[in-house]
Design a protein around this ligand. Structure first.
Ligand code: NAP
Length: 264
């Protein structure tokens, strides 16, 4: 279900009415969550907290108070919603963070808390792209083929162990946080970087490292898109890993719509 922006004639009356208690929980870990936090923080009628899983040791600053760490499954999240008197939940986690989204759906149903998913649209294969669409990491490793290739693994550190079944390739893995050494395929160089990445830098990286094929998740959004354009420019194949099935919840790509939801 798509949560649309409210009609101009109905939104102001709703939003300017006395808002008794609006305390949003933003499930974060994405650029959309940060942008929404900034909008909520700037609105004196709203109160909110942003939640991070705690995967990165130096998270980017947010404009709302931040809580860090898992809630303890559906039960823990339900308890948090009640104890913290959360009136609305916005699940703005990364599209590949499937577990927390399923938990949010279940916890909001139990607590009776309205939920909106704020996510970015997936990338669409454009003219000049050579994509090999796969469902998951295991299929991506298989799609690299039997012959050794130089592979740019742009999937983050989670799931890199799935490529150990294809040890014949030379991997270049880009991460924000160091991976576990035991997770790496035998021939794997690790480089560090956090988006946004510039197109010319991505082209230079792929060219200098003589990359033959790119593996990426279909995260969507602008921050990480340059590698797709770089692969297109260089005529490289891209193994594109599809998003996991999403929780059945009202969804939007628009921060304005998320703000309207908070007034609903
Ligand atoms: P996941 O598999 O969906 O979640 C695993 C567990 O981590 C959840 O059950 C929950 O623990 C905890 N958790 C996840 N997100 C949380 C949040 N925002 N606040 C509090 N607890 C959270 O998630 P993941 O794929 O490991 O991703 C972790 C975080 O990194 C997400 O918040 C996501 O937005 C961000 N991220 C993920 C990716 C990716 O590719 N997966 C990429 C960029 C950023 P409890 O059950 O104990 O509550």
């Amino acid at each position: 279900m798509e949560f649309g922006v409210r009609q101009a004639d109905s939104a102001p009356s709703l939003f300017s009415a006395a808002i008794e208690h609006r305390r949003a929980l933003v499930l974060g870990g994405s650029s959309e969550a940060r942008a929404l936090a900034t909008r909520i923080a700037a609105d004196p009628r709203l109160d909110g907290v942003i939640s991070l899983a705690g995967r990165t040791s130096a998270p980017i600053a947010h404009d709302l108070p931040v809580r860090v760490g898992g809630f303890g499954g559906v039960e823990g999240l339900t308890r948090y919603l009640v104890e913290e008197r959360i009136s609305h939940v916005i699940d703005a986690t990364h599209p590949f963070a499937a577990r927390i989204s399923v938990n949010a759906r279940a916890a909001c149903a139990v607590a009776g808390t309205p939920l909106l998913v704020l996510t970015r649209p997936p990338w669409i294969c454009a003219q000049g792209d050579h994509w090999i669409d796969v469902d998951d990491n295991t299929a991506a490793a298989r799609a690299l083929g039997a012959a050794p290739r130089r592979v740019f693994l742009a999937i983050g550190r989670q799931g890199v162990a799935d490529f150990r079944v294809a040890p014949q390739h030379d991997y270049l893995l880009r991460v924000i946080e160091p991976p576990q050494a035991a997770d790496l395929p035998p021939s794997c160089e690790v480089i560090f970087g956090r988006g946004p990445f510039a197109l010319e830098d991505e082209i230079a990286l792929l060219r200098d490292r003589r990359i033959e094929i790119v593996v990426t998740k279909n995260s969507g959004g602008a921050l990480a898109y340059a590698k797709i354009e770089a692969a297109r420019t260089l005529g490289l194949d891209v193994v594109m890993i599809a998003r996991p099935a999403s929780a059945d919840a009202a969804t939007t790509h628009s921060i304005d719509a998320a703000m309207a939801f908070l007034a609903s």
